[in-house]
Design a protein around this ligand. Structure first.
Ligand SMILES: Cc1ncc(COP(=O)(O)O)c(C=O)c1O
Length: 351
């Protein structure tokens, strides 16, 4: 394995923080109360057809329609996670660069495919914002998340588009974009940005982490190259049924309403966190989580576990240290309980 070349365990994910533990989950960013009943029914209804091999045409067309794109620009994948591996294995890339801190799996996949991966570390002093000029010209694949996990920063679409140039793949992971009301900084529907590859996931908003369904939006030649690297039938019939259902107008409306509610709940969490002078918050949060810094973060996290709450450790993200914790936005009651627990945890740890 090439994924432990430095202090960061790139293969640590939030699910490890809640596995086999009876804790309130602030570590995994899947929307609470999902999948909704109507979606479970659609998935269950698809089981009658599982004797046949999956036929992805309808789901692919539905995704293309939702983004106003031709079907040739759409590739269905077993979650965004499959797309990271396909990108790492199938494309001719010499100088990949990952903008950190961000979800670590893309870098892990690139390293496992034999690439040397350069990193651009965004800094807290700059609000973890990207300066497009800081990306070296030599990078022929640039990987960035928008909004970014774990900083929750939403980069302006114009800044990202500025990174595009001939001979470069610009990969934008929009796994959390559908949690941003109206998606103002989305690049998904753009066809005028050369080398653009957008990744989307249905995991978070729809509570489908266990089903494995996501998609890639890219130039047809890139889609073809990635498709050739896929095994046959990579997306199951129930996952295809879910993808089709989640593209329907009523589903899009539900996602939009959830995004607006999330913004209110996040404002409540941020206001509560602002009361703690021991806590530094990345306040420009636009995703389903917020990133905070506390002194003696590992101890605070342990104390929180003792009080029944799982927070995501931040120290496995390149560019972050042990003081950082990522907290999922939850409903007001859960957040209030959490803020009380945080107060206690901080008091226990002391100065
Ligand atoms: C930023 C980001 N992208 C992609 C993924 C993977 O999504 P999927 O479940 O679609 O593979 C995750 C999962 O945590 C994520 O945080």
């Amino acid at each position: 394995m090439r994924t432990h070349t430095d202090a960061h365990d790139l293969r640590h994910h939030g699910d490890a923080e809640v596995r086999d533990a009876d804790l309130t989950d602030l570590a995994v960013n899947v929307r609470a109360g999902t999948p909704p009943a109507w979606l479970r029914e659609r998935i269950a209804g698809s089981l009658a057809g599982v004797a046949a091999y999956p036929d992805g045409r309808a789901a692919r067309a539905a995704i293309a329609r939702r983004h106003g794109l031709p079907v040739e620009r759409v590739l269905l994948t077993a979650g965004a996670a499959e797309a990271f591996v396909l990108l790492a294995r199938a494309l001719t890339v010499r100088h990949p660069l990952v903008v950190h801190p961000q979800f670590t799996e893309p870098e892990a996949a690139l390293r496992d495919a034999g690439h040397e991966v350069a990193r651009l570390l965004l800094r807290e002093e700059n609000g973890f914002r990207l300066d497009p000029a800081a990306v070296p010209d030599a990078a022929d694949l640039v990987m960035i998340g928008n909004p970014t996990n774990p900083t929750s920063v939403l980069h302006p679409a114009a800044d990202l588009a500025e990174l595009a140039r001939p001979g470069r793949l610009l990969v934008v992971d929009e796994a959390f974009m559908d949690a941003v009301p109206d998606e103002p900084e989305a690049l998904a529907a753009r066809t005028d940005v050369p080398g653009l590859v957008v990744l989307r996931s249905l995991t978070k908003t729809w509570g489908l982490a266990g089903l494995r369904i996501g998609y890639v939006l890219a130039e047809p030649e890139t889609v073809e190259a990635l498709e050739r690297a896929q095994p046959l039938w990579p997306v199951s019939t129930p996952a295809l049924a879910a993808a089709e259902a989640c593209m329907e107008p009523a589903a899009l409306k539900e996602a939009e309403q959830a995004a607006h509610l999330l913004a209110t709940e996040r404002a409540h969490l941020l206001a509560g966190l602002a009361e703690f002078e021991e806590v530094r918050v990345v306040a420009a949060a636009e995703a389903t989580f917020v990133l905070v810094h506390v002194r003696r973060g590992a101890e605070v996290r342990e104390r929180l576990r003792g009080l029944g709450f799982a927070a995501r450790r931040g120290d496995t993200f390149p560019g972050l240290g042990p003081g950082w914790l990522r907290l999922a936005v939850r409903d007001r009651v859960t957040t209030n309980r959490f803020l009380q627990a945080l107060d206690q945890a901080l008091a226990m740890v002391g100065d």
